[in-house]
Design a protein around this ligand. Structure first.
Ligand SMILES: [Zn+2]
Length: 308
């Protein structure tokens, strides 16, 4: 339980990046330095041990320190789902397993099939602007059919995309925001009504389109994570964003997330404080708050057999 303006509440975080040794090793190869550890002096971050359960234990201690019940851990490079799976297997009541795939790669479907059979993986993460494909690309069809049949949720990054770690390392980010429009997800979400889709950061700059999408597709949820720097584009503050999201989407489909990622910073409490403050100032009841900050994420990942 964590202290909130409504008193003590259980808190679950829908958006935490699991920066595994494997993840850093991939960046080290791109940076042409010798191994993951060589990134430490460039980033001034802690590089975890190769065994992902060590990083999992560090996250458990960090969640405990803040009174957080559970976090969705995102394997943040294609091919790293085994790191998150090992973390979730070690602490199945503290984590959900999310993993990035690149559907333009030939192994993507096999990876999703394996994940659908793995009780420690819960959600496929798609970054169309990063890997430059359209969400309506036909290569997605068997992947989404597998997710639908296997009870996997699907996270689709929309809107503005920039990766702080790539910037810090001076690595190029040849992304294409033409693939970032949440409206492209409209026919897909309608076609796969059993899949619960998650659009992070309220659509990261495309709030109106994200609200249109969620209004028309009851299987679309929004996560509230990050600094929501995109609010500058619209001249909005967090209260105004939440007000509009609550009016259109409702408290049942909003998932609190922090977008925490690296150590030593650990869990980003400041984001949590900003979000609880904004919602409290809007006069949200405790029951609605407990959905956004905890219950909705738990419900999202009930497997078909567990659903009431
Ligand atoms: Zn993120």
């Amino acid at each position: 339980m964590a202290q909130t303006p409504w008193g003590e509440l259980p808190i679950s975080d829908a958006h935490v990046h699991f920066f595994s040794h494997n993840f850093y090793a991939g960046l080290a190869r791109q940076k042409k330095v010798d191994g993951a550890e060589a990134l430490a002096p460039l980033l001034h971050w802690d590089i975890p041990l190769p065994d992902p359960t060590a990083l999992a234990s560090r996250w458990v201690a960090e969640l405990d320190r803040h009174g957080i019940t559970r976090a969705a851990l995102i394997a943040s490079a294609p091919g790293d789902e085994q790191s998150v799976s090992a973390a979730v297997a070690a602490h199945p009541d503290r984590f959900f397993g999310y993993f990035m795939i690149d559907p333009t790669q030939p192994d993507a479907l096999e990876r999703v099939k394996a994940a659908a059979a793995n009780p420690y993986l819960h959600c496929v993460c798609l970054f169309p602007a990063m890997h430059t494909y359209s969400i309506v690309d036909e290569r997605l069809v068997p992947i989404l059919e597998t997710a639908s049949d296997g009870g996997l949720a699907v996270f689709v990054h929309c809107g503005a995309l920039s990766l702080g770690i790539r910037k810090k390392l001076g690595l190029p980010s040849q992304f294409d925001l033409r693939f970032s429009n949440p409206l492209a997800l409209h026919p897909v979400a309608l076609h796969f009504p059993k899949i619960r889709f998650v659009v992070p950061h309220f659509g990261a700059g495309l709030l109106r389109e994200t609200l249109m999408l969620a209004d028309l597709c009851p299987n679309v949820c929004l996560d509230t994570s990050s600094t929501n720097h995109w609010m500058l584009y619209e001249g909005l503050d967090l209260r105004a964003v939440y007000r509009r999201a609550l009016d259109v989407v409702g408290a049942e489909r909003l998932l609190f997330g922090s977008d925490s990622s690296f150590f030593p910073r650990g869990w980003n409490e400041e984001i949590f404080r900003q979000q609880t403050t904004a919602l409290y100032e809007l006069g949200i009841e405790r029951e609605q708050a407990s959905r956004i900050f905890h219950a909705n994420l738990e419900t999202l990942h009930l497997r078909p057999s567990e659903k009431p």
